[in-house]
Design a protein around this ligand. Sequence first.
Ligand SMILES: *[C@@H]1O[C@H](CO)[C@@H](O)[C@H](O)[C@H]1NC(C)=O
Ligand SMILES: *[C@@H]1O[C@H](CO)[C@@H](O)[C@H](O)[C@H]1NC(C)=O
Ligand SMILES: *[C@@H]1O[C@H](CO)[C@@H](O)[C@H](O)[C@H]1NC(C)=O
Ligand SMILES: *[C@@H]1O[C@H](CO)[C@@H](O)[C@H](O)[C@H]1NC(C)=O
Length: 817
Amino acid sequence: MCGLSFFILILLLCTISPPKLLATGARDVLAPAQAITGNQTLVSAGGTFVLGFFDSRSESFGRKNRFLGIWYKKIPKRTVVWVANRDHPVTDSAAFLTMTEDKNIAVVDSNRSFVWSSDLAGIANGTVAMLLESGNLVLRQGNGQDVWQSFDHPTDTILPEMKLRYNEKTGLAQRVIAWREVDDPSSGDFSVGPIYDQIVIWRRSETYFRISQKSVLGLQVSSTSGVQCVVWVSRVGDEFSFSFFIVGRTAPVRWALEASGELKMMVWVEAWSEWHPFWIRPSRFCDAYNLCGPSGACDCNAKPPTCICLHGFVPKNQTEWETRTFSSGCVRRVQLQCSKNDKFLPVKRAKLPDRSRMIDKKTELDCRDDCISKCQCTAYAYTSTSVHSDGSMCLIWYGDLIDLEIDHNIYWENLNIRLVASEFDENQKPMKFLLPVVAIGALLVGAGSYFLVKRLRSRARKRTPMKTMILEDVDLSDTFGRDKGFSEVPLVEFNSVQCATGDFSDANKLGEGGFGSVYKGKLGNGHEIAVKRLSRGSKQGHHEFANEVRLIARLQHKNLVRLLGWCTDQDEKILIYEYMPNKSLDKLVFARSVELSWEKRLTIIMGIADGLLYLHHHSRMRVIHRDLKTSNILLDNEMNPKISDFGLARIFEINQTEGNTRKIVGTFGYMSPEYAIDGVFSEKSDVFSFGVIVLEVISGKRCTGYYPCRESLNLLGYAWQLWKEGRAMELLDRAIKRSFQADEVLKCIQVGLLCIEENPADRPTMNFVVSILTSESCALPLPKQPGFSFGRNLRVRADRSPRSSIYGLSESTLEGR
Ligand SMILES: *[C@@H]1O[C@H](CO)[C@@H](O)[C@H](O)[C@H]1NC(C)=O
Ligand SMILES: *[C@@H]1O[C@H](CO)[C@@H](O)[C@H](O)[C@H]1NC(C)=O
Ligand SMILES: *[C@@H]1O[C@H](CO)[C@@H](O)[C@H](O)[C@H]1NC(C)=O
Ligand SMILES: *[C@@H]1O[C@H](CO)[C@@H](O)[C@H](O)[C@H]1NC(C)=O
């Protein structure tokens, strides 16, 4: 567009007459020989967009750079959606935009040289420039046809109705190019555009991220504003075009590729006076392009997300793989021999690898046969598509599979990976061979365990007679049962639980957590209960389970959910809790349906701290929760927080005092680095989760969600950034309208930051947290960089920080109880 061509234009048009300046006032049309300069603007008919000059970022010369751009008129924070002369700024304030005699629009500086032009030949007389309500600047002929539009020359923003095109024949793709920096509109390193059925982000010329359009197509809904965007692809001849529009409620929505390389779909939320992103890529661990190396697969549902080698593949370098260095990828256990007998491993719901070739085959079988017939072919996919004329397409891959991901929640395409036939026999032959042995073994084990169970049962009976009750008879009164003594939690008949929950019907399901599903139950007498049906992951027998329940039942505190009863039946393990009508803390903090005052937030934080202190130090046994998160905090009628799911980690991990476990229970985002990476846990991992909750409650923002997990800026990073810059108060939820004490807020933020420090030894104990929160003034240590930077410097240091002496003091004073 720019470059030589319009400098030639300069020579041709150097005799333009001095432009007539526009009279001030709202106008959306620029006619021949008119101009705008200084702070004059064109305004679209409905007053949504403005075209004018803006200053941005002074260069090192100390001069202001001026750009001609389009931005939203009504949005106070100027949001520029298009820039004409992004790479050719003007520096004098006398520069103007005009329509030249040949009906092109051009930015001209005070020396009458052209800085930017629409650069078309042969535009009809009677053509004017017009700024449309959609934010599109067009050259409109007398007959209503547009010969040029800014939508065809995007900068960093895609607006509703704008189309991004890709031409199959010429290979030409329109690209949206990010700004160099937040305040510098010149072309940056990142660009995004469509290629066939993919959307690709490049960093300079390298692929940075890619996604199939299918994964973006359809409805994207902003939960905060309710705005719905329909994203779609259409095809006319060789040309694919990718666009989106808004249905129903409208609010300004834009897609922008930010200078950081993130593609964000954002909606303007009037109430917060900010752009709220509701779709961001890349944002997940697995979004990094080719993270798992050749033929590696990324599994984002694993906790923590990780790379895996699929069946038939092994890590190329086992030592590297074990230290989470995945770049060398996976290799085949058995090399392909280009045999017609090769078989295909189906990989369900995958993000298809990069560099596919589209083959013209009509059926899945033809597609498969085509792959078999080509020696280099390593995989095929037969997939439905909106971009191919007959609705489905055959894709094949040669060589290594690059950038493959398995995520059942996001992707839904099936990939078939070619393997030598023996990879499939291996599983079957030994099976056949083993069958009799297994059968006999099972018989022996079965018989043995039958007698064992019988013995255990009779022993258990002898020791503590277990009487089953029906749910109706369970004491639901609101007392804590301290006076009644412990271990009185009744065993309940499975049938009565089934009955109360409508046989665990989906209609009664309240939610699903790491340990199982929760159902609402209703008894004949109208009482409501919550029923936790533990998932089958628990390896415990009934006897151990019974013991565990007795221990859990002893944990009684005003900030813990009360256990009313329990139940087992075959492989069912069920716990019955009091029902909490006010749902969970996450619904309250993030939903924004009710205003949650600062006082209430502080009470909630203190309540959680009290409950956790009890679990860690004051209960008869030391209990580490291991899955503490806002959705595990329930609220009673008076909005008092009650921790749920405590003690369950004990049922799922027996040998937990070792503090080291392979299977990790927990929720990503709340897990401390040492737990997420190395599976090492202690009270301090709960303290970390507590810190995350504190920051969430203060800010009203989720710790994960739309923050990119590969960059440092999640909520924790954001909080730390603000703290470092002395702007910590900006973390406070804007929804808090009523009064609050700034020093209380700051103290809580500081406690939150101390709790999320990277080194567990640097984190305070709950003793210390509670004493800080309840005391008027107390010298707090200064927080250090938190352990949010997943994947970096995460080796746990064995040394105890000298600062732990501070905590040591408070520990010894309080622990004597
Ligand atoms: C535009 O600039 C002129 C002169 O610099 C100034 O007098 C006027 O107030 C400005 N108008 C607006 C709307 O800012
Ligand atoms: C205009 O031309 C003069 C002389 O060639 C030059 O010194 C000046 O920098 C030019 N101004 C701009 C804005 O380019
Ligand atoms: C526009 O009008 C001028 C004179 O009115 C004429 O010389 C010129 O050829 C016309 N241009 C086009 C493209 O029709
Ligand atoms: C595996 O990686 C380690 C560390 O990068 C390196 O020292 C070693 O030589 C590699 N082994 C092989 C077989 O490539």
